[in-house]
Every structure is written in structure tokens, then in C-alpha cells.
Design a protein around this ligand. Structure first.
Ligand code: 4AD
Ligand code: MG
Length: 465
């Protein structure tokens, strides 16, 4: 095996693979750096496939027997990092337009055969155990490029509509959802018991479950705002759709009602799907080929059809009449289970559905009470295969109603004094929602486990990396 050499300072700047693969003409001098995916020897040539993460496609590098770099090339192994100087030429071979005829190949970092990614296909379960290496596979490389591109698409969507991006705090003193699923944050050490008033903030502190309450304060000042950041839930549900740390996009609009909210949610979902098809087409194709053969059709269906809008009451009726054997009986007053959500979206409507007006008793205190007194102006967007991707509502803007809802739910009015101020001082109807970013990625790629759309997933009992 060749000795590693320090990367050259190089006069020729490094070019990304993605740029070379889309070159419009041959280039006399190129410098590429990347990791070796495969090495093969054939008829006096050594063929390297290298990848630098900028594209799904590898770059073929050819070293001719007898050339100075041939000996280096044949000693390379899968996983090595290399620097290649050469000429970009039209490729006579199938599968690529361009290849690099190497003049010089330098080994940057050696890779012994204990490198776990030797063969092409590994199970998702196995790759989770090497989450630090899995971005080097085609599948996870593609996934994380899509993730990055969609994050930008989220910001562009809101910027185009005049929304202000607000960074709400990650450390919080209040439980937005009132569901008690928060991680406590403390400076307490082993063997110590600190009362919250003796702890760092002089009060109990948590990791946020949602930036909504803070976003509402900003919507009631800046009009339309959104947050996009990590949120944390200590719910002990070990499902394929729940993570303890996930990213949420939370728009909030002043002077808006539930209908405006539904329209925004629908537009956002459609915008993200179109963006993925337009801008990440090659990467999406990988998922359409290897993960879910029906993916393209499913995504076209989302773009080309209006979402169904259906009240919760209607949804329960549909479920009850469905003759399906659900594990949980659908019943008015009970929350919809994932099996119910999926039946409605996948089987009954065959497209995304927005279910609205849920029973007040199963929803958080901040949702606006409807004139019937029994339901609140809530909405969930349910997508085929995924279930809930968006949850939101029109907010209760009437001070007295909000105060009694807080009391009813056994929460303390004093804790929420600042939140209530927004209803005291120039209150206005407003609405917003939270969209799970990972759920969107699952929808766009067909990946069925949330652990496979997050760089380093946090789930109960799992924090290795
Ligand atoms: O429905 P949720 O709990 O709503 C809220 O948190 C509101 N405060 C949002 C708002 O109105 N501003 O969560 C919103 C979305 C869900 O629809 C789902 O997509 C995602 O966040 N989500 C999760 N994603 C991954 N893992 C979990 N444990 C999740 N919990 C919710
Ligand atoms: Mg929800």
C-alpha cells in the first residue's frame, strides 16, 4: 500500500465532482479530491470510482499501466481519500459523459479493509449502527443532500411570502403542548438534588417541544413569522415516526384564520415536493428506484391535486363505516391513531387530507374554541404512508376564553402571564402550525423510518453518536 502524503497546496484549485460531471467541454488540468468507492484493474488500466459528496454519480478516474500514477492507483482500496490531477476527457465508456485521465494520484488518507462499507448494499438497521459512516453511502449521501436543499426551500418559501424568520429559544421555562413530554435541563450533578429555585435559571428549565408560543408573540408584532429549529420530546414512543430530537418548521400569521392556515400548509407541502423533484431529481430517483417504486407517482399526486379538507367528525364517520379492523376503535372524542390517519389519506382519499375541528378535550389549551363549544379550530395535514406531517390551529385570541382553557387543563395562569399579555394588548385572530421536517423527508424519499432521515437520530435508549 502506498504511503500517505500530505495534501498538496496545489496551484490548480479543486473542482467539485458535480461540476466536472456537468462540464461542457474537456479540460486540460483538473484537480479533484474524494474518497475511493471502487478500484478495478482491466487490460492495462486501473479504473477508480471516486466520490466527494457533491453528487450521487461517481467520477471515473483512469490510470494507464506504465504511467507514474498506475502503481499508486492499484494499491488503493475502498474508502481511501485521494487527490487526483489529470485531464477531463469525454468518456468512451457507458454510464458517464466525462472521465479523468490521471497524471498524478496522491493518497491523502489510507483505509484498511476493516472499513465497514466494502460491499454495495447494507441493511438500514446495520447502517444505523454506523451512523458516523453511513453518509458515505449513495443512499445517505442522497438523503442528506435532499435534506439540505429542502431546508433552503423552506426559507425561500417564507422569504418569498414576506415572513420574518425568528429564532425562538431552545431552552424554555414553559411546556407549549402541555403534554408533559419535556426533557429537564439542569446543572445538577450526580448525587446532588437541586430544587428548581436553586438551579441555574432559578426556575425549572426544559428543552423546548415547540417554538410556537414565542413565535406567536412575534407574529403579534411582525405579522407573519416562522421558526425552523430543533425541538425535543421525551415521549417514550418507540415508533418509526417519532424521534426525541427533530426539526420543526413553525409559521405563525397574525390576522389569519384556520382557512388561511390550511392554505399555507398545503402550499408549503406542495412547494417542498416540487422543489425536491425539480432541484434534487437525481437524488430522488435513487429512492424511486431502490426504496419505493411508487414514489414518483405519489409525489406527482401531491403536486397535482388539491388536498381534501374534512372535519374530524366526518373523519370519524368515515372510519366507523370503513369495515376495517383497526387496532383502536375510532370513536368521537378520541384522538386519531396513525392507522386511522393512514387509512383516511391512503385508502379513502388517496391523497393528502386536512382534518380540522378536533374535540377540544384532546387538544392543547391555545387552540381557538369553535362556536359549538365542543371542538377547536385545529388542523392536521395527513399524508399517505406517513400520517400526520403538520399539526396546527387558529389560536384562542379571546383573553377570557383562553384563561378558562388554561385553568380547565390544570395549567397555571401565572406561568403564562406573558403569553396572556398578547391577548390583553391589541389581541387579534392568528393562526399557525408545526411541520415535522423529518416527516416531510420521509414523504419525499419513501424512507419509512425516521431514524434514517436524521444525521444522528435520538430515540429512547439510543444516543451512541
Ligand atoms: O402536532 P405537534 O405536536 O404540534 C405542535 O407542536 C404545535 N405547537 C405546532 C404549532 O402549531 N406551531 O407537532 C407538529 C408536527 C407534527 O405534525 C409532526 O410532523 C412533527 O411535528 N412531530 C414529530 N416529528 C418527529 N418526532 C416526533 N416525536 C414528533 N412530534 C411531532
Ligand atoms: Mg399533532
Amino acid at each position: 500500500m502506498a504511503e500517505p502524503v500530505p495534501p498538496s497546496s496545489g496551484q490548480t484549485p479543486r473542482t467539485r465532482l458535480a461540476a466536472l460531471l456537468n462540464a461542457s467541454r474537456p479540460l486540460e488540468n483538473v484537480l479533484v479530491k474524494g474518497w475511493v468507492r471502487t478500484v478495478r484493474d482491466q487490460k492495462g488500466f486501473s479504473f477508480l470510482e471516486i466520490n466527494d459528496g457533491s453528487s450521487l454519480q461517481n467520477l471515473q478516474v483512469i490510470a494507464e499501466d506504465g504511467s507514474a500514477c498506475y502503481q499508486t492507483a492499484i494499491a488503493l482500496t475502498t474508502g481511501c481519500s485521494v487527490e487526483v490531477h489529470g485531464q477531463l476527457v469525454a468518456s468512451p465508456g457507458k454510464g458517464q459523459d466525462w472521465e479523468v485521465k490521471a497524471r498524478e494520484i496522491l493518497l491523502i488518507g489510507d483505509c484498511p479493509d476493516t472499513f465497514p462499507l466494502q460491499k454495495k448494499r447494507h441493511s438500514d438497521e446495520y447502517l444505523r449502527t454506523i451512523a458516523h459512516l453511513r453518509p458515505r453511502t449513495n443512499k445517505f449521501g442522497a438523503l442528506f443532500r435532499i435534506r439540505s436543499s429542502l431546508a433552503l426551500a423552506v426559507h425561500n418559501f417564507f422569504a418569498d411570502r414576506g415572513f420574518v424568520y425568528v429564532q425562538t429559544p431552545i431552552i424554555t421555562g414553559s411546556d407549549c403542548e402541555g403534554a408533559g413530554e419535556m426533557f429537564t435541563l439542569t446543572t445538577q450533578r450526580k448525587g446532588e438534588t437541586l430544587a428548581p429555585d436553586k438551579d441555574f435559571f432559578g426556575k425549572a428549565a426544559y428543552l423546548t417541544v415547540s417554538g410556537q408560543l414565542e413565535a406567536e408573540m412575534f407574529a403579534c408584532a411582525l405579522g407573519s413569522v416562522y421558526t425552523f429549529g430543533p425541538t425535543f420530546r421525551a415521549e417514550n414512543s418507540n415508533t418509526s415516526r417519532h424521534a426525541a430530537e427533530f426539526w420543526m418548521i413553525e409559521p405563525e400569521m397574525a390576522f389569519a384564520d384556520l382557512n388561511d392556515n390550511m392554505t399555507l400548509g398545503e402550499d408549503l407541502v406542495r412547494h417542498l415536493v416540487s422543489h425536491a423533484l425539480d432541484k434534487c431529481s437525481e437524488d430522488v430517483d435513487l429512492f424511486a428506484k431502490f426504496v419505493d417504486k411508487t414514489l414518483r407517482g405519489a409525489l406527482d399526486n401531491i403536486i397535482n391535486n388539491d388536498f381534501v379538507r374534512m372535519s374530524y367528525t366526518e373523519a370519524v364517520e368515515v372510519l366507523q363505516k370503513s369495515n376495517q379492523s383497526f387496532q383502536y376503535q375510532p370513536m368521537w372524542g378520541k384522538d386519531l391513531q396513525t392507522e386511522h390517519e393512514r387509512y383516511i389519506a391512503e385508502e379513502y382519499c388517496k391523497k393528502p387530507v386536512i382534518v380540522y375541528d378536533y374535540p377540544a378535550a384532546i387538544k392543547p389549551f391555545y387552540m381557538r374554541v369553535n362556536p359549538d363549544g365542543k371542538t377547536v379550530a385545529a388542523m392536521d395535514v395527513l399524508a399517505p404512508r406517513i400520517g400526520e406531517i403538520i399539526g396546527g390551529s387558529q389560536r384562542e385570541e379571546r383573553l377570557n376564553v383562553l384563561e378558562s382553557r388554561i385553568r380547565e387543563m390544570g395549567l397555571s395562569e401565572e406561568e403564562y402571564w406573558w403569553y396572556l399579555d398578547s391577548r390583553r394588548f391589541g389581541t387579534t385572530p392568528h393562526a399557525g402550525f408545526g411541520m415535522g421536517f423529518e416527516r416531510v423527508l420521509m414523504m419525499v424519499t419513501g424512507i419509512s423510518n425516521i431514524r434514517d432521515v436524521i444525521p444522528f437520530p435520538r430515540t429512547p435508549g439510543n444516543i451512541e453518536f
